[in-house]
Design a protein around this ligand. Structure first.
Ligand code: RRO
Length: 307
């Protein structure tokens, strides 16, 4: 019998595969392709207190081994999520862990969102996204300053009735230092990491393709970098890590667990193929057999013993 289950804080994930925030809407969107509880857990698109339209088009640019985005935190606002988006999906799948992602410009905004979401049944974990690369205010600036990251983590933890996982940026920071601050401030876990800043230029015009010129790069091209960040932070913290960045196969999921992740998210590939997570879940047991792995929880942080 192969064991794909992972348990965190008493929450059971039947496998470690989830979608990354922003690649599955609020649940019903991905559920229109395959039963959502095929996944180990579901992660919603980050929401803010007020609705946001996001950045002008174009918001997506192709890149070798992935794509760039500058969506700009498009979302209908936390009240609509709480009233209309989350209840139907958590009622349909009461045993599927629901990770609700929130973002904002100030710590007060995060707190106001948490206070509203605390009243919604069925949420299991908050993803506190302090690393969006595509907004003027807040966003990844919050995860670039160890002090700010500490303060936001501390306040969110105080306000939250669920475990909080801080989503950090890999851009221009000593991420291990930020991870340590988050753990010190009471974070229950880390999500490592957000997209890598990059750009593309249209050779016919010489103009940057994205409306915001610079965007976040995700996809298989960042997989080795994501692995390194997870490994580095797993060495210096002892809270669980959800790994994200360029995962495109069941082999990648297993590699990320060895590097230090307890759960793994698939991001950019969902934008190209909405069945990406399902295909990975379907392959997982075959790959476990191929590498003689009987229990996934036993390989988490496996690579760290070679220190
Ligand atoms: O919406 C976005 O532009 C976005 C977000 Br919130 C994020 O966290 N990461 C990303 O690559 N894009």
């Amino acid at each position: 019998m192969l064991d794909t289950k992972i348990n965190l804080f008493g929450i059971e994930f039947k496998n470690p595969v989830m979608n990354a925030s922003g690649t599955g809407g609020y649940g019903k969107e991905l559920d229109s392709f395959y039963p959502l509880d095929t996944l180990g857990g579901f992660v919603s698109k980050s929401c803010t207190f007020n609705p946001r339209f996001g950045n002008p088009l174009p918001r997506i640019a192709d890149a070798s081994l992935g794509c760039l985005n500058c969506i700009g935190l498009t979302n209908p606002g936390v009240k609509k999520l709480a009233q209309e988006e989350i209840p139907p999906i958590v009622n349909k799948y009461p045993n599927l862990p629901y990770l609700c992602s929130i973002a904002g410009e100030t710590k007060e905004e995060y707190i106001k969102e948490i206070e509203i979401l605390n009243k919604v049944d069925g949420i299991d974990i908050y993803e506190i996204n302090i690393s969006c690369p595509n907004v003027e205010n807040g966003g990844m600036a919050l995860a670039s300053d160890p002090n700010l990251a500490y303060q936001i983590t501390k306040e969110c933890k105080k306000a939250s009735k669920h475990p909080i996982f801080m989503k950090l940026t890999p851009n221009g920071v000593d991420i291990a230092k930020i991870a340590i601050e988050c753990e010190k401030a009471g974070a229950d876990g880390l999500i490592l990491a957000n997209s890598y800043q990059g750009m593309r230029i249209d050779l016919r015009t010489g103009k940057p393709i994205l409306s915001r010129k610079i965007g976040g790069y995700g996809g298989p091209g960042i997989f080795p970098m994501a692995l390194k960040v997870i490994y580095q932070c797993a060495k210096v913290t002892s809270i669980p890590i959800i790994g994200v960045g360029g995962v495109s196969s069941a082999e990648d999921v297993i590699e990320m667990l060895y590097a230090g992740a307890s759960l793994v998210e698939v991001g950019s590939l969902n934008l190209k193929d909405p069945y990406a997570c399902k295909k990975i879940v379907d392959e997982l047991e075959n790959v476990m057999k191929e590498y003689n792995i009987t229990s996934l929880k036993d390989i988490i942080k496996g690579a760290l013993k070679y220190e």
